[in-house]
Design a protein around this ligand. Structure first.
Ligand SMILES: C[S@@+](CC[C@H](N)C(=O)[O-])C[C@H]1O[C@@H](n2cnc3c(N)ncnc32)[C@H](O)[C@@H]1O
Length: 470
């Protein structure tokens, strides 16, 4: 990045958290798209770097992104940058004075922070850095406690903690605009949540999913495998009306055994509605129902702005659907027989994803998004394994590594057209349709990997208890 760039255009600097690296670009791109803006990175953009320079935005855009992002920590109006402090100085002195002066007035107060990535600076060195910036025409008074304007000198020492350079690789200086929503990760932690289950989705990932789905105020969002409603909590926080379904009666009604350590049974008010109430979004709760995702109860219509879900992989919870393998033979007339046979059968992973894509193709509005997790056996993963549907465009595919051989991928798809109305199977012949194959292989490989780690023989009856990652 040349320090002597033309400074005629305004640039903003995002400082991003260095976790969930894969999820950051789709999150920021989706939040920009919500504002009708494209993602326009500055020169020498590196996706894995903690600092991104963005072009083509207004301060309002940046504030809008930061009001939603859980991947970005802070945003700055970039005043200067360079590979050395001398380059930074040149760059800052080239920055238009009329852009600086409103924030440097005599009657204003300010503070300069020093932030270093991948290196800790002594207090005295920080002060030296600030003192060295005397060439900037600050006229206001310093206020450490409540400054009107905050500036930041950011030094990037690379991402390798075992190889920290003496001097920074890159330096930025800018005016602080806003912080992101990292605080939501703490305030919504499932540790302190009213109603939780074994597979409650982590708060940070739930908000990332809501952002990838471009959930916005007054949207209608559905989770067909709702569990304890973690994804509904996140979407309601962003102003969406939420509803969900789950095959498990106890989960939907907040009954049965508790997932908490020292508690045997769920308390009287442990349910999804209470979770939303805990965070002040009960108004956005529509309802949840007991329903099997393989036989959706909805009339076929474009009802939802987003479908956002974490389907079961059969590791910590079973993958079942209603129905029987056994033929039901009709008894001769007049002979009484039990009319209801309560049975279930295996719900194969490949069917779960095919059903989910078909359901989304019908029930999403055009432009609406499906966001879901797909389990992957890493040694055999290739992009061609991602299921496709002619009505859904694959928007992003991000990996969260779980172990050396397993991961899950966060898939985002956008509905681009309505499915064929008359022939619901027409898409099967469409070259853009690709069902998911190999999920049974995933389960087999997953469990054999777990068994190997546990020093056991390959044992098909191995269950969730020994699978500690999904
Ligand atoms: C991974 S969990 C979802 C966890 C949820 N995101 C949360 O935060 O609690 C998957 C859920 O799918 C449900 N499920 C399994 N088979 C189903 C089916 N055929 N139809 C609907 N839900 C099903 C399970 O009962 C379980 O609650």
């Amino acid at each position: 990045m040349a320090a002597t760039n033309s400074r005629s255009r305004l640039q903003y600097l995002l400082h991003l958290a260095q976790d969930n690296l894969d999820f950051r670009l789709p999150e920021i791109t989706a939040l920009l798209a919500l504002r009708g803006k494209p993602f326009q990175p500055g020169e020498n953009f590196r996706e894995k770097c903690p600092f991104w320079c963005l072009d083509g935005l207004s301060e309002e855009d940046v504030r809008g992104i930061m009001a939603r992002s859980v991947c970005a920590k802070s945003a700055f109006e970039l005043w200067g940058h360079g590979q050395t402090h001398s380059e930074l100085r040149t760059s800052l002195l080239n920055y238009p004075a009329e852009r600086m002066s409103p924030f440097m007035q005599k009657d204003s107060s300010y503070r300069i922070n020093v932030y270093t990535f991948n290196k800790t600076l002594e207090f005295a060195d920080r002060i030296k850095r600030i003192d060295a910036m005397v060439y900037l025409p600050f006229e206001g008074t310093v206020s450490l406690k409540s400054p009107e304007h905050v500036f930041c000198l950011l030094e990037d020492y690379g991402t390798d903690p075992n190889n920290i350079p003496e001097h920074p690789n890159y330096i930025y200086f800018g005016r602080w605009i806003a912080d992101g929503q990292r605080e939501l990760i703490r305030s919504h932690s499932v540790k302190n949540r009213h109603f939780i289950g074994n597979t409650s989705m982590d708060a940070g990932l739930s908000f990332i999913m809501a952002n990838h789905a471009k959930v916005k105020k007054d949207d209608l969002v559905f989770d067909p495998f709702v569990g304890t409603g973690s994804l509904l909590v996140a979407c309601s926080q962003f102003g969406a009306y939420v509803c969900g379904a789950d095959i498990d009666y106890n989960t939907i009604h907040g009954r049965g055994r508790s997932s908490r350590k020292n508690q045997k049974w769920r308390g009287p008010d442990e349910n999804i509605r209470a979770n939303l109430r805990q965070y002040g979004t009960e108004d956005m709760y529509l309802d949840v129902m007991v329903s099997d995702a393989s036989k959706p109860a909805w009339r076929k219509a474009a009802l939802f702005d987003a479908i956002i879900t974490d389907p079961p992989y059969g590791i910590r919870e079973s993958t079942r659907r209603t129905g029987s393998h056994k033929d039901i033979t009709k008894p001769p007339d007049g002979i009484y027989a039990e009319s209801h046979i309560s049975v279930s059968q295996a719900y194969h992973l490949s069917d779960i994803f095919t059903d989910l894509l078909n359901f989304s193709a019908h029930q999403l509005v055009v432009g609406g998004r499906l966001v879901y997790w797909l389990p992957v056996y890493r040694p055999e993963y290739c992009e061609e394994m991602i299921p496709l549907h002619p009505c859904l465009r694959l928007t992003s595919n991000c990996e969260q590594t779980l172990s050396s051989h397993t991961s899950r991928r966060l898939i985002t798809m956008e509905k681009i057209k309505e499915p064929e109305e008359l022939d619901s199977m027409a898409h099967v012949a469409d070259p853009c349709f690709r069902p998911y194959e190999g999920h049974n292989a995933f389960r087999e490989k997953y469990f054999s990997g777990v068994n190997k780690r546990c020093g056991k023989q390959d044992n098909k009856s191995e269950t969730a208890e020994s699978a500690d990652t999904l």
